[in-house]
Structure formats: structure tokens, C-alpha cells
Design a protein around this ligand. Sequence first.
Ligand code: SAM
Length: 194
Amino acid sequence: MKLERVLPFARTLLEQAISPGDIAIDATLGNGHDTLFLARLVGDSGRVYGFDIQDDALLSTKTQLMQHELADRVTLFHSGHENLSSCIPPIHYGKVTGAVFNLGYLPGGDKSIVTRPDTTISAIEQLLDMLAPEGIIVLVIYHGHPEGAVERDYLIRYVKQIDQARANVLLYQFLNQKNHPPFIVAIEKKNDLS
Ligand code: SAM
């Protein structure tokens, strides 16, 4: 057996949670790799909502989606993910089966524009209300830059206090790797009946 690496594991979790016809969210578009992945998972009857605060991220994502002829199943918002609940149509509340946050800065972009703990946590709180039972939020946490280490500490403190009746919280991290590689926190909403 081979332990699955962190980035592929994030995708495995999303793949298990999201089916054709579902609603999914990319909370940090960046260069659009995750958006493309989600667009394939939801199929032509599903929808992906994507968020980013940078023009460059929206442009790269749009270009990727158009190149792969998947733009028609994705709605992009030039807006912070902390505004999620005012952007997602209420008809989709309780129907989101998967969401991903790839935290930190835009690869190849301005390293001073980073995700921040207060807005990330606000978005997670909003998403927890929107998730379907057993829906999942996958956080890929990059903590090699100074703001990333601060965000990591806030997020770990926050997720540890989520009521276990509300969600299961998983930490997936290799503990002996050099250079602060990213790790995953996954939050699975509990079924009301479980
Ligand atoms: N998932 C991306 C990909 O596949 O290429 C990588 C995302 S990158 C690590 C982080 C992104 O988060 C940056 O593009 C940055 O602009 C964005 N970001 C920062 N603060 C944000 C916020 N409040 N809401 C949404 N996106 C934000």
C-alpha cells in the first residue's frame, strides 16, 4: 500500500463526495485547476460556483474552462468567498456536496495577496449551512509563508471546536517532510439523523 499524497488525496475526497448533477464550490479559483476538476465531477447537469478577489485568477480560470468547453457549467464571482451566501442562489442551500479552499497566494502572482483567517472562517461557517448531509469542505493549507502559518493556527483552533454533532473534522498531514508542505483539513457535515 502507498500512502496517498496530499494534493491527490484532496481530489479523492472531492471525487467521493460529488456526483453528476451536484452543486460544488471552488472558494479560491487561482489558476483554475480545481475549478476544472469540479466542473468535470458535476457533469453537464450540475453547477460549480467559483470565487476569487483577483482579476488574473478569474481570467486564467475562464481561459481554462473555455479551452476545455466547460464554461457553461460554472459561475464565477469576482468576490471574496466571505460573500458566499449572498452569491449562491438560495435554491441550492442544503445541496452543496463539495467545496475546496486552496489557501495561500496565487502561484506565479502577487505573493502579498493571500487568504486570511477571518474571511476563510466566515466562508466555512456559511458553507456549513449550505452543505448537503455528508457534503465535504476540503481545506488545503499552505503554511510555508508567514501569513500562512498564522492562518494555519487560527484554522486549527477553529475546526477543533466545531461541534462533533455538526461535522466530522479530519487532519491529513505527513509529519516528517521538509519545507512545510501543505496539509489537508476536511470537514464533513453530519447527517441530521446520525
Ligand atoms: N485552487 C487554485 C488553483 O487550482 O490554481 C489555487 C488557489 S491560490 C493558492 C489562492 C487564491 O485565493 C488566490 O488566487 C487568491 O487571489 C485567492 N484569494 C485570496 N483571498 C480570497 C478571498 N477572500 N476569497 C476568494 N479568493 C481569495
